[in-house]
Design a protein around this ligand. Structure first.
Ligand SMILES: Cc1ncc(COP(=O)(O)O)c(C=O)c1O
Length: 430
C-alpha cells in the first residue's frame, strides 16, 4: 500500500485485489494514529462512497442525493461527497456549518429538521440556507418571525412500518392536514416550494415509497391551486447500504419502485423543472467503515450440573473495546444478532459456544450482542465489523473515559486524482 504524500489527511491507496483483512493487518501494526497499540480503530474506505454515488446516478438519475449528515459527519466522507456533487441534508447549526466549510453552496443544503431552534433558523438565514422543512403550524409562525422569505418544504408523515427505525410518530404531517398547513402558510405570506417525506431507516419493503410519492403529488396539486410555485420533491432516506443490506432487498428494487412512481406521478414532461432530491444516510456512510476491535477480556462461565456432576459446555462473555457508548448504540436496539468477523481464520470444525459480547464501559447496559453462538475468542485477538459507518461514530461518546476510535483512511488506487483534488494540502483538519 502506498501513502499519497502532502494531503491534508493521511490516506493510503491499495491495489484492487487487496483484501480487507490485509488492510486491517497493516493498520494494526501502524500505531501512528492510536494512543495504544490495542486501541480499537476504523479502516475507512472512501472508495465505497464513490461506488455508491456511481450506482445511485446509474439507477435513479432523476433524483439528486442530499446526504443525511446525521448519519456520519466524518469530514473526509463529507468532503468526498461534496466533491462528487451530492447535496446535503442537515438537522442542526453545526451540520450546516460543516457542510458550508466544505465549500457546498447553500442551495445544495436542505435544513430538514421540522422542529428547529429559533436561533438556528436565524443562522440559516444569515448563511443563505433557505430550503427548510416544516410539519406543524407553530413552526410556520416561528419561521415567519425570523426567515419569512425562506423556501419551505412540507414534510408528510408516511406509513413507515416497514422500517427498522421508525420516525412518523415524531415527525411529519398526516396528508389529511396538509391543506390546513398550506392555508396557514398562505395566510402568512410564506413561500411553500415543495413536499418531503421520510419512510424511516432500514426500509424492508421498497413499495413503502409508492404511497408517499402519490400523496406528495396530491399535495402538489393542492399547493398549486393555492398559488404556490412547487419546485422540490424530497423522497427522504431509508436506502440500503450498511450491514443491514443483508436483510433488505437490493438497491435496484428501491430504484425500480421510485422510478415507476416518479414516472406516473411526476413525469418529466409535466414537471420539466422539478428538482427531485433524496436524503440517503446509510446508503453512503455505511459501506466504507470497518471497525476493528480488540478482545480486551474474557469471562468463562463453567457450568457444573450438581445432580449428575456432568460438566456442560462453558459459556463465554467477551469484552471488546467499543460498545453501546461508542459505535454500537444504533445496532444495539435492532432485531439483528451482530457477530464480529475474526481476523484469524478458524477451522470449520472448531466448536462453537454460547457467547455474549460486551462493551468496555462499566455500565451493565453496555452490550454489543446479548446472546449468540460462535467460535472461541482469545484475549488480545482482533475482530472486525464491516459496513458500520451509519449512526456509529456519529454518536460516539467518551463516557467512562474511553477514547473514540481513530480512523485510517484508504481508497483504491484508481481514485488517486479525485482524492488529490478533494484533499488539497492543509485544507482540512480531521
Ligand atoms: C429526515 C431524515 N432524512 C434522512 C434520514 C436518513 O435515513 P437513512 O440513513 O436510513 O437513509 C433520516 C434518518 O433517519 C431522517 O430522519
Amino acid at each position: 500500500m502506498e501513502e499519497i504524500p502532502g494531503l491534508s489527511i493521511p490516506l493510503t491507496l491499495y491495489a484492487p485485489e487487496t483484501a480487507i483483512k490485509d488492510i486491517i493487518g497493516e493498520k494494526i501494526a501502524d500505531t501512528s494514529l492510536r494512543e495504544e497499540i490495542d486501541d480499537s480503530f476504523y479502516v475507512v474506505d472512501l472508495g465505497k462512497a464513490v461506488e455508491q454515488y456511481e450506482t445511485w446516478m446509474k439507477c435513479i438519475p432523476r433524483v439528486h442525493p442530499f446526504y443525511a449528515m446525521k448519519c456520519n459527519h466524518d469530514n473526509p466522507l463529507v468532503k468526498v461527497l461534496a466533491q462528487l456533487g451530492t447535496g446535503f441534508e442537515c438537522g442542526s447549526k453545526r451540520e450546516i456549518q460543516t457542510v458550508l466549510d466544505c465549500g457546498v453552496k447553500p442551495c445544495d443544503i436542505i435544513y430538514a429538521n421540522t422542529c428547529k431552534q429559533e436561533s438556528y433558523v436565524k443562522f440559516a438565514r444569515q448563511n443563505g440556507v433557505s430550503q427548510m422543512t416544516f410539519d406543524n403550524e407553530d413552526e410556520l409562525y416561528k419561521i415567519n418571525r425570523v426567515y419569512s422569505d425562506s423556501r419551505l418544504v412540507l414534510r408528510l408523515a408516511p406509513d413507515d412500518n416497514s422500517a427498522l427505525t421508525r420516525v412518523s410518530f415524531k415527525y411529519g404531517c398526516p396528508p389529511a392536514n396538509a391543506q390546513h398547513l398550506l392555508n396557514v402558510a398562505k395566510g402568512l405570506g410564506l413561500n411553500v416550494v415543495g413536499v418531503s417525506f421520510h419512510v424511516g431507516s432500514v426500509v424492508q419493503n421498497p413499495e413503502s415509497y409508492a404511497d408517499p410519492i402519490r400523496a406528495a403529488r396530491r399535495v402538489f396539486d393542492l399547493a398549486t391551486k393555492l398559488g404556490f410555485q412547487m419546485e422540490i420533491l424530497d423522497i427522504g432516506g431509508g436506502f440500503p447500504g450498511d450491514l443491514y443490506a443483508q436483510i433488505v432487498p437490493p438497491f435496484q428494487k428501491f430504484a425500480d419502485v421510485i422510478n415507476r412512481e416518479l414516472e406516473q406521478n411526476f413525469a418529466a414532461s409535466e414537471f420539466p423543472s422539478l428538482r427531485i432530491i433524496s436524503e440517503p444516510g446509510r446508503y453512503f456512510a455505511g459501506p466504507g467503515y470497518t471497525i476493528v476491535l480488540n478482545v480486551i477480556a474474557r469471562h468463562t462461565i463453567d457450568y457444573c450440573d450438581d445432580e449428575d456432576d456432568d460438566k456442560k459446555a462453558p459459556e463465554f462473555r467477551y469484552y471488546l473495546n467499543d460498545g453501546l457508548y461508542g459505535s454500537f448504540l444504533n445496532t444495539s436496539y435492532k432485531p439483528v444478532t451482530l457477530i464480529p468477523a475474526f481476523l484469524k481464520e478458524r477451522n470449520p470444525d472448531e466448536p462453537k459456544y454460547s457467547s455474549s459480547i460486551w462493551g468496555q464501559t462499566c455500565d451493565g447496559l453496555d452490550f454489543i450482542t446479548k446472546s449468540c453462538t460462535m467460535n472461541k475468542l482469545e484475549v488480545g485477538e482482533w475482530v472486525f465489523v464491516e459496513a458500520l459507518g451509519a449512526y456509529s461514530m456519529s454518536s460516539c461518546s467518551n463516557f467512562n473515559g474511553f477514547n473514540t476510535p481513530a480512523c485510517y483512511y484508504v481508497a483504491p488506487k484508481h481514485l488517486r486524482a479525485l482524492l488529490e483534488e478533494t484533499f488539497k494540502p492543509d485544507e482540512l483538519k480531521t
